[in-house]
Design a protein around this ligand. Structure first.
Ligand SMILES: Cc1cc2nc3c(=O)[nH]c(=O)nc-3n(C[C@H](O)[C@H](O)[C@H](O)COP(=O)(O)OP(=O)(O)OC[C@H]3O[C@@H](n4cnc5c(N)ncnc54)[C@H](O)[C@@H]3O)c2cc1C
Length: 454
């Protein structure tokens, strides 16, 4: 029986295993996972911390037992892959509890080792009350630390989407929260005018934000407990009972690189359109692997669960014998910041410039339903357009919950490389309770057309 071995038992790895098993039910599919859990939602961690999700168990989908029972897929937890031998079609593993080594054979291999937090980039980050989120154990550790009620002042280093979600979660629990961001704007360098809307929302809920302030170190007392974060050019000290890190991620590629798997420019695993590495029959998927950005044309690590699941599915199909292409990504990301939904997709103005596009931006604020109908919410949409081709390059949105689905419309426009002249004529729906006659997306495209005419 043909053997598929999957390294990594979360988003990409399990999507791959499930897809391969469905296509080839007789394939022997084995997943190995170094932590104690498979199929966990780290995306749900902020909502567990805020209390929206009542129990930590709610964040876990399958256990190894239920995966076997319901899908016929074997998963072993607490087992780390420590060496891949491509020509011998073998992987050496280490039992993380007993330290016992073993060898597993494979015909096809999928590397889905995800990413790790960049903790080592901040001196002092190993202090006891410094937290980051990558695996389910991190969620459990953070939840039980907070349950003690000992923390009053949290400092969050980094205002990416995880930092912002955690700012809301910790503030909701009653902690006083300071967010320190080294860039001049939040959310990975979003445009300044959009960043200001997020900052206003955070301020409204008592979260303090410092931009352009690089954290230099975490100071701990003799007991190894962090007491303060040192930041900025003059080494300003901010007191902290706990520190949360959102300082970027790095793909987990050491295992792959050590056996000669080629890495790309981003530091992630380089793959072809079928997600195969430079070794035939060895695939990579999820946050350890590169993806093509359909707007910039460059390889990126788009460290999102949506991308991991889709890449996993494609890698699983190809490991099972199909020839499916992974089309690429447009960087679609949405985040809840208190009462706002904030999204970005494609390129920001600054990114467009850095990729060599000559671009204009246009911004509108409108209502999400007909003005005379009760309810609805204001929505701000900023679009970035290539002046040469008139193609849409990206959008940023702030508003209510329907920001998410309107962002998906923009993602579709970007995926299809549409010019804004075409996007302005999309046949979008209208009825007063749900959407206005001119949807805000169309209004934004019209603003873009006017800006191009200037
Ligand atoms: C707080 C938070 C919120 C998020 N919210 C969202 C969201 O709303 N939307 C979204 O799209 N994304 C979100 N993400 C990102 C999303 O969780 C990740 O992109 C996704 O989990 C990546 O899946 P993956 O399978 O590639 O990697 P991972 O989930 O990291 O899984 C990789 C697995 O491989 C295991 N592993 C690594 N090396 C080995 C080895 N040598 N041997 C055995 N096992 C190994 C790891 O233990 C890990 O379990 C969020 C992330 C965080 C931290």
């Amino acid at each position: 029986m043909e053997k598929l071995l999957v390294i990594g038992g979360n988003g990409a790895g399990l999507a791959a295993a499930a897809r391969a098993k469905r296509i080839r039910p007789h394939m022997d599919v084995l997943v190995i996972e170094q932590s104690r859990y498979i199929s966990y939602s780290i995306c749900g961690a902020p909502y567990l911390i805020s209390g929206m999700v009542p129990r930590v168990e709610d964040l876990v989908g399958f256990s190894p037992e239920s995966l076997w029972r319901e899908r016929g897929i074997q998963a072993i937890v607490g087992v780390r892959a420590i060496e891949i031998m491509p020509s011998m079609r073998r992987v050496t593993t280490l039992d993380t509890r007993t330290q016992a080594r073993a060898t597993l054979g494979f015909d096809k291999l999928i590397i889905a080792t995800g990413y790790a937090s960049n903790r080592s980039s901040i001196p002092g980050a190993s202090a006891k009350n410094v937290f980051s989120l990558a695996q389910h154990e991190d969620t459990i550790r953070l939840q039980s630390a907070l349950a003690s009620g000992a923390y009053r002042q949290a400092v969050i280093i980094g205002a990416g989407y995880v930092g912002l979600e955690m700012a809301e979660a910790l503030a909701t629990r009653g902690l006083s929260v300071l967010v320190i961001e080294k860039e001049p704007t939040l959310l990975g360098g979003i445009d300044a005018d959009i960043s200001e809307l997020i900052e206003a929302e955070l301020g409204k809920h008592g979260v303090q934000v410092l931009k352009g302030a690089a954290a230099r170190a975490i100071q701990a007392g003799k007991d190894g407990v962090a007491e303060a974060v040192v930041y900025g050019p003059t080494d300003t000290v901010a007191k902290a009972d706990m520190v949360m890190l959102d300082i970027g991620v790095r793909p987990n590629v050491e295992l792959a690189a050590a056996c000669g798997v080629t890495l790309g420019r981003t530091g992630g695993i380089a793959v072809n359109d079928h997600l195969e590495t430079n070794y035939a029959g060895i695939y990579a998927a999820g946050n350890c692997a590169e993806a093509k950005h359909l707007v910039s044309g460059k390889a990126v690590i788009d460290a999102l669960g949506t991308v991991a699941a889709k890449q996993g599915r494609v890698a699983g199909e190809n490991a099972a014998g199909w020839k499916t292409r992974f089309a690429g990504v447009v960087g679609t990301c949405v985040v809840k910041v208190f009462d706002l939904a904030v999204a970005r997709v494609g390129l920001t103005s600054r990114e467009a410039q850095s990729h060599g596009f000559k671009s204009i931006a246009a911004k509108i604020t409108d209502k999400t339903i007909s003005h005379y109908y009760p309810g609805g919410a204001p929505i701000t949409i900023k679009i970035v357009v290539d002046t040469d081709s008139r193609r849409l390059l990206g959008a940023q949105m702030v508003g209510g919950s329907d920001v998410a689905k309107r962002t998906d419309v923009i993602a579709t426009i970007l995926t299809n490389h549409m010019r804004i002249d075409e996007a302005a004529q999309l046949d979008l729906s209208y009825t007063p309770p749900f959407a206005p006659l001119w949807d805000p997306i169309l209004v934004a495209m019209h603003a873009g057309l006017r800006a191009l005419e200037k």
